[in-house]
Design a protein around this ligand. Sequence first.
Ligand code: DOR
Length: 442
Amino acid sequence: MSSADFILKGGLLLLPTGHVVGDVAVSGGKIVAVGDVGEAKGEVIDCTGLALMPGAIDTQVHFREPGLTHKEDLESGTRAAICGGVTTIFEMPNTDPTTTTAEALRDKLDRAEGRAWCDYAFFVGASKENIEDLPLLEMMPGTPGVKMFMGSSTGTLLVDDDDSVREVMKHGVRPMPVHSEDEARLRQRKAELPENPHVRLHPDARDAESARLCTERLINLVRETGRPTHILHISTKEELPLLAAAKKEGLPVTCEVTPHHLTLNADRYEDLGSFIQMNPPVRSEDHRLAIWQAVKDGLFDVFGSDHAPHTKEEKAKPYPHSPSGMPGVQTLLPLMVDRALRGELPLEQVVAMLTANPAKLYGIEGKGSLAPGFDADIVAWDLEGSREVSQDWLQSKCGWSPYEGKRLRGRIDHVFVRGHHTIRNCELVGEPSGAKVRFDWK
Ligand code: DOR
C-alpha cells in the first residue's frame, strides 16, 4: 500500500452499516483506504472522540448571484455551507438574470471558479420560452438538471398550466425538482387578502389546498409522462398520502423536506413575523407533526435547506411586500444532527438523507459515501460538544437566522472538501477550493 497524503486517525465512522472506529486515508483529494490504512506521507490528524461522516449535500439553495448579491453571493453562500458541514450545493435558477440559457449557466460556473468554498452545480430554470432548449441544457456540465416553479415565488420563473408543465416534463429525462403550489389558487387567495394583512395570514393566502392541488396535478403528469420528479419542500399533511401512494404505485416521485417545516410552526409568526415567511409557508402544528411522522416513516428522500436569504431591511417591509425565504444552508445539517442527538431520529437516517440519498437521486459522481474511491468530502463532529447559532458563527450576507440564540447538540470540528482542510478545529482555514460537481446520470 502506498502512503497517503494524510490520515484521519481513530474516528468513529458513521457508515450506513453501523458505527465503527477506524482510520480514513486521503490521497489526491480522494478517500483511498478506510479501516486498516497504512502510513501517511503527511499529517496524521487525531480524530479520537470525533464522528466522521461524508460531507452533506444540500440540493436546494438560492445564492443570489448574479443580480441580487446584496443578499448573498457565491463566496459568502458557499462559506456558510462549509461552516455547516455542507460540502456540495445545488443552486437554484431564480437569480437576475434567471439561469434559463446556456450563457447564464456558463456565467454562474465562471463566477464560482476560485470563489466557491464547496463543490457546486447550478440548476437551469424551466420557462415557457426555453422548453425546446431543455434537452440540451440539462446535459451541460455543471448542472444537476432543470428546476420548475409551478407556483410563483421570489423572481419571475413560472410554468403554471398543465399543458406547459407536460411539455417541460417531456423535454428531458433527468430528475426534475419542482416547486409545487397551484398558481391560479395562489392568485385568487392573494386577491382576497384584507387590507394591511398580518403575516400570520401567509399560510392562509398560500393555503394547504394550493400545495395539495398542485402536487396532485403533478403526480398525475408524472404518471402520464414518466418523468422522474422531485417535489420540493413539502409543507402539508394533505400531500403526504398522495406522495406515499405515488411511491407505492412505483411512480418516479421523490420528495424533500426542510428543517424550517420540521422545526417551526405558525405560532412563530407572532415573534418572528415575516422573518419566517417563506413559500410554501410554515404552517400550523398539525402539519408539522404529520411531516415529522412521515420523516420517521421513511417517506422523504432528502433534507434540503431552501436557503433563501433576504436582508433584514427587506424582511421588515409590511406583509405582503416582505419577501419570502429564510437562510438555512449553515443550519441544515446541525439542526438535523441536533434532533438525532436528542433521540428524535436515527443519526444514520440524518446522514443518509443528506449524503447517499441526494447522491443517488441526482446521479452525483464520487460523493455521498466514506468508501475508498469517493471524494474526500468529510465532516468530523464532536457529538458531545454543542454550538450556539450566534452572529459570530453565521456567515450568510443577510446577517440573521430564525434559529439565532438556539444551542444545538453536536459541534463540527473539521471539514474537508475533496481533501482540502477548510474547517480546522472549528476555524475557517485555507482558500476556496470548490469545483463543479460531476454526474453519472446517463
Ligand atoms: O420562500 C421562498 N423563497 N421560496 C422559494 O421558492 C424561493 C425562495 C427565494 O428565492 O427567495
